[in-house]
Design a protein around this ligand. Structure first.
Ligand code: NAP
Length: 246
């Protein structure tokens, strides 16, 4: 496969130890890039790095913490010498209907998805600007349109869209693009506890009639990171198999 201009570029992938983040890291390494797999579970990140080879670096990062971002970004600068692209992908769910949701369940999800994405953009903005072709990809979700039992997650994922477009406006003058990918349902550990009947309902409401594999999301992310998408910014790319919003 064509390496799409990734060869030699340096990327940070948050939540890179599992699911979509791991698949993104694999695609980028395959295409010749250097990848910092940044995850709160640094042992799991190290296992991914060991599997993907010497161009892959494991980094400890809690995306919701500024001091953790400061430390992780120093490590990436020291070991990779700069950053050409950032994927704000780390995520959690704390599902509960609105009336029963606790303050903690609300705040944890907002902190990881929304604050984590904002911190990543802010802390790596100058590094990305130093590359003449910096690119940020934030992971939103089709849940941004509203999702039962996920007021916290839907609000965070909708917020990521506004954040993405604002960052695109602010960083364009530095040559940095910022886009979002909005997956539908993807077969990853995040869906492990979702009942089969619920998954079937999602598949029935999707033109392709199935869930996505993480690699199918990773290919879209890789396109938006690469110079091949040089005129695409402030865009939300749905990768949802033709999901019908009923
Ligand atoms: P996943 O397999 O659970 O992977 C998420 C990774 O992020 C895990 O390694 C997780 O670590 C890590 N993480 C969680 N909190 C973190 C933090 N504070 N700092 C750093 N890393 C953290 O989930 P996934 O399905 O690949 O999800 C990736 C992204 O896609 C998320 O933003 C998710 O919302 C989005 N998305 C997923 C789907 C889907 O159907 N799967 C659909 C739309 C959008 P732990 O394992 O320790 O929690």
């Amino acid at each position: 496969m064509h390496e799409r201009g990734h060869s030699g570029r340096r990327y940070v992938v948050t939540g890179g130890a599992s699911g979509i983040g791991r698949a993104v890291s694999e695609v980028l390494i395959r295409d010749g890039a250097y990848v910092a797999v940044a995850d709160r579970d640094v042992d799991a990140a190290q296992q991914v790095a060991d599997t993907l080879g010497e161009r892959c670096l494991a980094v400890r990062l809690d995306v919701s913490s500024r001091s953790s971002w400061d430390e992780a970004s120093r490590q990436v600068r020291d070991e990779l010498g700069g950053v050409d692209g950032l994927v704000n992908n780390a995520g959690i769910t704390r599902d509960r209907t609105m009336k029963r949701m606790s303050d903690d369940e609300w705040q944890q999800v907002i902190d990881v998805h929304l604050r984590g994405t904002w911190l990543g953009c802010q802390i790596l903005a100058d590094d990305l600007g130093a590359s003449s072709t910096g690119s940020i990809v934030n992971i939103s979700s089709s849940g941004r349109h509203g999702s039962y039992g996920q007021t916290n997650y839907a609000a965070a994922k909708a917020g990521i869209v506004g954040l993405t477009k604002s960052v695109a406006l602010e960083l364009a003058k530095h040559g940095v693009r910022c886009n979002a990918v909005a997956p539908g349902a993807v077969e990853t550990p995040m869906l492990a506890d979702v009942p089969e009947t619920v998954k079937q309902g999602w598949m029935d409401a999707t033109a392709l009639g199935r869930l996505a594999q993480p690699e199918e999301i990773a290919e879209a992310v890789a396109f938006l990171l690469s110079p091949a998408s040089s005129y695409v910014t402030a865009h939300v790319l749905d990768v949802n198999g033709g999901e019908m919003h009923l």
